[in-house]
Design a protein around this ligand. Sequence first.
Ligand code: NAD
Length: 521
Amino acid sequence: SYSLLRKKALKELCDVSFKQNRGVSTHKLYINGKTVESQATEWVDLHDPATNKVVTRVPISTQSEMEAAVASAKAAYKSWSRTSIMSRQQILFKFQEIIRKNMKELAANITLEQGKTLADAEGDVLRGLQVVEHCCGIPSHFLGHTLAGVAKDLDIHSYRVPLGVTAGITPFNFPAMIPLWMFPVALACGNTHVIKPSERNPGACMMLVEMLTEAGAPPGVVNVIHGTHDSVNFICRHPDIQAISFVGSDQAGKYIYKEGSAHGKRVQSNMGAKNHGVVLPDANKEDTLNQLVGAAFGAAGQRCMALSTAIFVGEAKNWITDLKIRAEKLKVNAGHVPGTDLGPVISPKAKERILSLVQSGVDEGATLLLDGRGISVPGYEQGNFVGPTILTDVKPNMLCYKEEIFGPVLICLNVDTLDEAIAIINANPYGNGTALFTTNGAAARKFTFEADCGQVGINVPIPVPLSMFSFTGSRGSFRGDTHFYGQQGIDFYTETKTVTQLWREKDVTHSQASVSMPVMR
Ligand code: NAD
């Protein structure tokens, strides 16, 4: 059934006529409500991570194509920003329905282009869909404030207005969820949008934008451009773009925050992470170990909220052997094969980086308790597979601790007290998420208050907030002010207008102008 889904997803996405004798079809641009073949001279090959075969090619958009995308968004903004909020809501209702109907196709495309398992790919779509569902409540989320009778005959009210053309730049690891953190929120608020999905897997984003048109969004409301650094610079510098949402690595995120801000744009930038799971000896052992294994190795460790670091407090260190037994049982295979727990990582380069960080741990004195480096998957020998890997006796000064590994590697540290564990977490520059496993409420409360991370789980390993909250990673994992989705997402994509109005019941004529600051008592 996967091959059927795969064929369907590809057919929908790619040109049937093969391009320039390369024998490979191409991803299109999406401009003014239509798919457009790029006139690019440079293309990026997109590989299936399970086979490393080229499945399609992604254009590096030309300057004039990118200009056309922004011009289309700018033109669409005039009418879109004035559509009634109720009609925008109706489009969002329809959009969520279409996404739900096409869940399998979206998941198949994600598995093909990104590598994760089909079940995990559905989770990717569902978590994004929840943001769309939250956006369906936009009339309530958009409400302003009124204070009637602030002074005699004088009322003040404030309301939200959209910003204009906004833009999104997304990473490879959640090809559906992260675009859905961006354009539905922007649109619900009355903005238009230009999105540049990851050049490694833009298929799901393309499908979603086409579904939005099917849901009734007018042409130009969302446009898709492709590319890498040049298209990012284009977005950061274009005078008609008012705001940028970015999710990805530190290097790109810091640059985009700086460059976008320097060009007067509002920027929200979600970046890398090193999430610690602290295990107290009073925790429920079975549950904790299962949670740790799922959160460290699921999606082959390529989640910004993966629990990549476990800190065992006191006697809890004796559980590490049982952790290994569970990790060893995980099945590594192509993402579409039923029963697979871990698919491949995104590229040969990513695999090489992961392996070298594991080796650095060994060289610096860590113990390689479980070695997933030499794995070969029958039928997929060319894929970028790394098996579950566990490094123990890790110290905070080791490279494997300091770097975000972004692969199926769990590193384990041992400490004597909860205070020491919290000190390690707080000394780490990242603040995306952390979790504590315990049955002690006082320890949980202490941890919640003292661990300096924006998202805390208590017996919950991947505390990604639901869509009515916001994704509140902090410190080195975030630059900006307001976060993605939830009320903060709406704040990000809107400006506040405050109106002070005086409608006198009776005419009052003063004989002289008052020049002192009006205090409105
Ligand atoms: P990436 O930074 O390589 O790519 C993200 C986007 O930025 C892509 O669209 C890419 O084309 C562009 N880009 C890449 N390098 C650039 C550069 N030097 N200058 C300008 N633009 C550049 O990230 P990735 O490898 O696709 O994603 C993995 C990273 O994303 C991990 O670090 C992960 O933790 C992070 N991430 C964070 C969150 C979060 O919410 N904090 C969520 C998902 C992923």
